[in-house]
Design a binder for this molecule. Structure first.
Ligand SMILES: [Zn+2]
Ligand SMILES: [Zn+2]
Length: 237
């Protein structure tokens, strides 16, 4: 679409657009609901051949919704970078490559088929390489995808804590005050006992323990960034 700057687009290719109520886009939206294993930036996809959906997948290895504290989000990696930090966000887990893999596993030849992608507005270089090699014809996204699926709008919907209370176990001092501030900033309440999540200062840094779990969901290393990183962890729990 004219005027849109894609972070990556191979020579001679273009993104194609359909309305969000296009039947194949509706199928892709359903795949996003059911299959995407990435809770923070879920993407669904279907492969269409001769007018029929022949394969469907979600990013995050099609594992379905799960709790995942992504190091890329904790460390605020710029878009398109930091995939090596995270097993779930590795390019081979992107929806485009997952649907190709699914098709191959089902002995469906992807050559000449189209992909309908719901949840994103561009495709990364490894995915384009895989799609071109597999002979994919066109990739369709929804007409307003670059706005609807901007990082800001998607994260506003997905990076909301699913719990209410936090205990901060660090002793009194500036760190405690700063943590209490960011905890309240994202709509959580600081409590002394029986918290949904405990933030505990350990040997290796600040550990975030969801109630009842046997290990910390994430350990933020110390340093000046720590408070902001703890906030980034809590938003994903
Ligand atoms: Zn991740
Ligand atoms: Zn990709």
């Amino acid at each position: 679409m004219p005027g849109i700057e894609y972070p990556y687009l191979p020579q001679g290719r273009e993104m194609k657009y359909v309305a969000s109520d296009h039947p194949f886009m509706v199928e892709a939206a359903l795949a996003r609901e059911e299959l995407a294993g990435d809770p923070s930036f879920p993407v669904g996809i279907v492969m269409v051949k001769d007018g029929v959906v022949v394969a469907r997948a979600g990013n995050g290895f099609s594992r379905g919704r799960q709790v995942h504290v992504c190091p890329r989000l904790v460390l605020e990696s710029p878009t398109g970078t930091g995939y090596e930090l995270c097993g779930l966000h590795d390019a081979s887990g992107h929806a485009e490559q997952q649907v190709l893999e699914g098709a191959r596993a089902a002995v469906i030849e992807p050559r000449g088929s189209d992909l309908y992608l719901f949840g994103h507005w561009w495709c990364c270089e490894p995915c384009w390489d895989a799609m071109i090699e597999a002979g994919i014809r066109d990739v369709y996204v929804v007409a307003d995808a670059h706005e609807r699926f901007s990082r800001e709008l998607v994260y506003a919907q997905t990076l909301k804590p699913s719990f209410k209370t936090v205990a901060i176990e660090v002793g009194d001092g500036i760190l405690r005050d700063e943590l209490a501030e960011v905890v309240e900033e994202i709509g959580l309440r600081v409590v002394e006992n029986d918290a949904d999540v405990r933030c505990v200062m350990g040997d290796r840094g600040m550990e975030c323990w969801p109630r009842g779990s046997k290990s910390a969901a994430y350990t933020v290393q110390g340093g000046e960034w720590m408070v902001r990183q703890v906030r980034n962890v809590l938003r994903q729990l």
